[in-house]
Design a protein around this ligand. Sequence first.
Ligand SMILES: NC(=O)c1ccc[n+]([C@@H]2O[C@H](COP(=O)([O-])OP(=O)(O)OC[C@H]3O[C@@H](n4cnc5c(N)ncnc54)[C@H](O)[C@@H]3O)[C@@H](O)[C@H]2O)c1
Length: 258
Amino acid sequence: MAADVPTPTGCRVDLTGQVALVTGASRGIGRAIAERLASCGASVAAVARSADGLQETIGAIRAAGGTAEAFAGSVASSEEVNRIVGEVEAKFEKVHVLVNNAGITRDGLMLRMEDEAFREVLETNLLGAFYFTRAVGALMMRQRYGRIVNISSVAGLMGNPGQANYSASKAGLIGFTRTVARELASRNITVNAVAPGFVETDMTGVLPDKIKEAVKEHVPMKKFGQVEDIADLVCYLSGPGARYLTGQVVAVDGGMTA
Ligand SMILES: NC(=O)c1ccc[n+]([C@@H]2O[C@H](COP(=O)([O-])OP(=O)(O)OC[C@H]3O[C@@H](n4cnc5c(N)ncnc54)[C@H](O)[C@@H]3O)[C@@H](O)[C@H]2O)c1
């Protein structure tokens, strides 16, 4: 029997007057998060490696009546991150929501993995989140308010053959989330992690069909997630309703880690 489930129509989180900084906002999950937060009223500072790549995200948000600006730079460079956060502050004055979403994969079996493949993934996925959280966390401390959401992965919870570098970075992000949540809690700043399962984006689009079908077999819901499934939860965690929720890791994975 087909389930009679209403189509999502967007959440009702009110972010009017707030500023949200989203990394890796040029496509995939980051773009969906940026658009969702903007649709809830936030002005969005969208970050990606190139401004060109951000034009579609910015265009879509503005076309829908929202506010968004592009900030280009690599999350893997602390100098570039500090520069971007300075530019965002100059433009918007405050940052209420930080979503550390930018991430990469460089898959391969551990015994054959080159130093550079391990290092590059750690630098983008883990150090990038640290650089942004340190810089934006200082602003949030002064504001006595903030919502930080780190995009981890089920690979960081379960491990995944071929992803020693990626799963280490995503597991690291979970330890980072729990510690920073404790450090910033008294300033009304919450820090949580979302661990997506297999979501249809460019990142997973490159996998061979055989692998995709094998993964699907391990998902109790027998289907992949959509970017909106992640954006919905990030939006909730970014809003006022999640005020007593911090240091948590929420898997959005169709039951994979249940
Ligand atoms: N797609 C999935 O199934 C899945 C599952 C679990 C977790 N995730 C995580 O969700 C996040 C988004 O994944 P996606 O599938 O949308 O990926 P994607 O490859 O489609 O997009 C990644 C984004 O990160 C940006 N980015 C990468 N390196 C960067 C850098 N050094 N500086 C600035 N921006 C950079 C890219 O420009 C792009 O905007 C990643 O952290 C990923 O690890 C994805």
